[in-house]
Design a protein around this ligand. Sequence first.
Ligand SMILES: C[S@@+](CC[C@H](N)C(=O)[O-])C[C@H]1O[C@@H](n2cnc3c(N)ncnc32)[C@H](O)[C@@H]1O
Length: 286
Amino acid sequence: MTGIEPSARQAWLDETSYWTPKWLVPSAWHEHSPFAFWLINALRPQTIVELGTHNGFSFFVFCEALKRLGLRAEVNALDTWEGDEHAGRYDESVFESVTRISTEDYPELAVMKRGYFDDFVDGTPDGSVDLLHIDGRHRLEDVWHDFNSWLPKVSDRGVVIFHDTAEHKKDFGVWQFWAEVSRDYPSFQFVHGHGLGVLAVGTEVPSAITEFIAAANADPDRVRATYHELGARVSATAAVQRRLATTTQERDRARREVDDLRTSTSWRFTAPMRAVTSKLRRAPKP
Ligand SMILES: C[S@@+](CC[C@H](N)C(=O)[O-])C[C@H]1O[C@@H](n2cnc3c(N)ncnc32)[C@H](O)[C@@H]1O
């Protein structure tokens, strides 16, 4: 028994919270997809900017929500697609895979911008971004830099979300940033999945957002527990999918090995011997 009724209608939960992401690519963000689906439905953003996309998990969740809701928008994914000290360095196949999925599945919504975040600040009109997702490198100075340089770009109805607000390992400093910034704006923080901070920076954010923040702060444990549980279902599904992919890969590898063996020189060389052995086995005993 989960304690969550799919039909429950709250200021912070609706049927979109139960959607499963189509693209369960590797990510530390899996557990936030239920809230992200809800957020897109509540905020109805026309322009989204994501700072830090990597394999594209959160990017595809935003696109998928808009597509399923039939909303028009522009979802900008900004990344060097080279990695960093926290995400690790990765090869070109990551960029190619994100490009393939966004071109094939979200051609009307997805815009990939390759380069440093700073390269795109000047080209983005002030007050134009309804949803800003900050998920680049996670040092304290990084998140302050990204927030301060992009804040003027956020619209009057704008919301900023930050990943890793509850991550204290190594030189991660988003938690320190969050402790300060969350005092200056209406806000709510999820603490599962490394933490997700939700900051209503616009002066005219939709009532669905202000109501969510009020309701969530009035009953934080319930809201956090509900989204934690919904998020855990998504990461469990991703884990099963990964195991299935590994099993399939192992089966395919084993098949290839058998094929290679069959066509190998030694296999062909020993064929007459195997034929004799099998004839002898079949011959009736005297
Ligand atoms: C934590 S990952 C993003 C995870 C992603 N949002 C998800 O859903 O899994 C951070 C990404 O930010 C990128 N990055 C970090 N700092 C950057 C910068 N200053 N400019 C461009 N990309 C940057 C890295 O290349 C890395 O792919």
